[in-house]
Design a binder for this molecule. Sequence first.
Ligand SMILES: NC(=O)c1ccc[n+]([C@@H]2O[C@H](COP(=O)([O-])OP(=O)(O)OC[C@H]3O[C@@H](n4cnc5c(N)ncnc54)[C@H](OP(=O)(O)O)[C@@H]3O)[C@@H](O)[C@H]2O)c1
Length: 385
Amino acid sequence: MKQITILGSTGSIGANAIKVVTANPELFRIKYLSAGQNAVKLIEQAITLKPKAVAIADSSKALQIENALKPYSIEVLSGKDGILEIASRSDVNLVVNAIVGSAGLEPSIGVLNAGIDLALSNKESLVMAGEIINKLLKKNKLNLFPIDSEHSAIRQCLVGENPTDIRKLILTGSGGPFRLLPINQFGDITPEQALKHPTWNMGKKISIDSATMMNKGLEIIEAYWLFNVPPEKIEVLIHPQSIIHSMVEFVDGSIKAQLGLPDMKLPIQYALSYPGRFPVSWEATNFTEIGQLTFESPDFNKFPALQLAFDALHRGGTAPAILNVVNEFAVYAFLENKLSFMEIPGLVDRALTKLTIVDHPTLQDILEAEQSGREFVEQHVQRHN
Ligand SMILES: NC(=O)c1ccc[n+]([C@@H]2O[C@H](COP(=O)([O-])OP(=O)(O)OC[C@H]3O[C@@H](n4cnc5c(N)ncnc54)[C@H](OP(=O)(O)O)[C@@H]3O)[C@@H](O)[C@H]2O)c1
């Protein structure tokens, strides 16, 4: 039986990961859970799943959780240190990191330093510190299983293939809620409109990232670190139905794709079952109901985040970390109506030209880049509100 930790268990991916794990009780047991600030949901999950310990980032919620879990002898940790301790506990076989944003980076590093395999949904970890993560994977001989549906698809397409035979990786994306909106209306986009994703049901930050297409930008950088292919071999293709989750074209012109309904339980489960597969009783894909699979080129004018991501990847060093953190805090400011939709990529662009970029960064350099990126957004928001 595999012992599992789920970081970010109260979120969209975390809740789906719990569904996958509990659907296979003979194979998996949840040992640790963590949350950001949702004490009520964490208590509910802990009472149902009886983990050995839980952690919550918001320390002010610790007492509430301790009181609720006293009858169950479940240890409660709190604060950033509590999350890092849970991430680093090595009496598990696998950690699922489903924390959102840059807060997921240090836990990912903690997992790998503790010598545990990582099922990674927190793409921001790889975007910010891909080089460091890859070195740790190699040094500690560990596995990283991608949970992002596109990267899970590519991983599935690459089974049995020689990596040198890859001609290109084709990352598909739905195009988000504004694929068909004329660019002259982008100035009026509200958070409510941007949160309505046409095909996926996700947390708020990734929903906005999908609307700006920064999510695809982050995935370009994620693919670079996961599959060791140059940026020129990574292509984005708009596929509004979200049935093909990504493709790989090989040197002989043959193309492999992975298909399925847009449901994150499948890539989560593949990360847990790899290299095997488990049978499931979820809804089957019905092609006659789907009808059509269509494709378009991405519009780089409407979605400048795509080019910004390619540029940051080419620039290297702390540029992707700056792109990631400025985007993240700009998204939160947009959700609070303190920034307009198009200011999100606009601020990322300005930060990449104004902030110092460090080559071959250490973790400390990346954390400093994170701090300066966060301050860059805060100062902009203060000046304009
Ligand atoms: N949702 C999807 O379909 C999907 C698909 C592909 C990739 N991803 C990636 O998966 C990650 C999670 O996305 P999501 O949609 O599941 O996000 P979400 O629903 O917002 O959940 C985020 C989780 O992170 C926790 N959290 C937030 N801030 C934290 C902090 N400072 N320290 C520790 N934990 C913290 C949250 O806790 P509280 O809720 O308790 O605050 C929650 O458990 C993101 O990196 C996203 O890009 C998501």
